[in-house]
Design a protein around this ligand. Structure first.
Ligand code: SAM
Length: 286
């Protein structure tokens, strides 16, 4: 066991600082204090952090810490910490270590017994989950799936039976393929796509995997929040339509009652089921 107080008077410390995921005003005054008062900032991209620092008139020496130099940079960080320096780590957006470089560095610093303190701020997955309208607890955060379809499907097979809400990050150029693989592997489920959070075109798309596969305009930064495995996840629209067709033959059921009953069973929106009933009755009248 190793118990390490973060707020020690003297000695080195690593501050892991969350930075804006879009709107540059979304940074805490504590984060700005830390960035202003630390000795040096290690950042994923010194240009991106530089723009942020300029906006808040902070001048600080910076070194880069990215995916490819994490191992060697850790040694540099350790030598600063041994000299008693206060160092900060930032990524391009959100928290370092969350689908961003930082995890290895942080592990090493902890192993070496130095204190760390995480300075809270934005991250993309929490607002996506909270605004998803899906169950917020328990949830499972996956980050990015593999970029190769065969590996992606293998990863998804493992998640198929997870009952908790699933959260994925995805890039716009891969979103169509990923939505197709999600649908093929997990079946139809409720899905919320949180797009461009904190930016001008921030949008929450409340949909299903079946519907979302057809979306052609998914641009910008995206988080996918997907309903976990349930005894009865959403069946395909075709399956519901055939159930409705059969049930409409019953004499003593109104369209409204049928819509409510089916919506309750399959966790669908009543209005949506009602529209499907209207579609069916129209086609059968023609
Ligand atoms: N470290 C970040 C965090 O704490 O959320 C994640 C960085 S990861 C390299 C970038 C991915 O995060 C994007 O591809 C997208 O899936 C998600 N993301 C980041 N900013 C976002 C935003 N403003 N709106 C929606 N998703 C965002």
């Amino acid at each position: 066991m190793n118990r390490v107080f973060s707020n020690q008077k003297d000695g080195g410390i690593l501050y892991i600082v969350s930075t804006p995921i879009g709107n540059r005003k979304e940074i805490t005054s504590r984060a700005l204090d830390i960035l202003s008062s630390c000795d040096i900032i290690f950042s994923e991209d010194t240009r991106t952090t530089g723009i942020l620092l300029k906006e808040y008139q902070i001048k600080k020496p910076m070194l880069s810490c990215h995916e490819h130099n994490e191992a060697s940079v850790t040694e540099t960080m350790l030598s600063y910490l041994k000299e008693g320096k206060k160092i900060a780590l930032t990524s391009d957006a959100g928290y370092p270590g969350i689908s961003d470089p930082g995890e290895k560095v942080i592990k090493k610093i902890i192993e070496n017994g130095f204190p760390i303190s995480v300075i809270n701020g934005p991250s993309a997955f929490l607002p996506a989950l909270i605004g998803s309208g899906l169950s917020t607890c328990p949830f499972y955060f996956h980050g990015f799936l593999s970029s190769k379809s065969s590996l992606r499907k293998k990863e998804l097979e493992k998640l198929k039976s997870y009952p908790m809400t699933l959260i994925f990050y995805e890039a716009p150029h891969r979103i169509q393929e990923t939505l197709q693989d999600l649908y093929d592997t997990l079946g139809n489920r409720r899905l919320t796509i949180a797009r461009e959070l904190t930016k001008i075109y921030e949008e929450y798309i409340y949909t299903t995997l079946e519907e979302a596969k057809k979306l052609q305009d998914l641009k910008g930064e995206l988080v996918l929040v997907l309903e976990g495995h349930k005894e009865e996840n959403l069946p395909d629209k075709n399956k519901i339509l055939s159930i409705l067709k059969l049930r409409l033959k019953e004499e003593n059921i109104t369209k409204k009652d049928l819509a409510k009953e089916i919506a309750d069973i399959y966790h669908l929106r009543k209005n949506e089921v009602y529209e499907w009933i209207l579609e069916l009755t129209k086609t059968s009248e023609n």
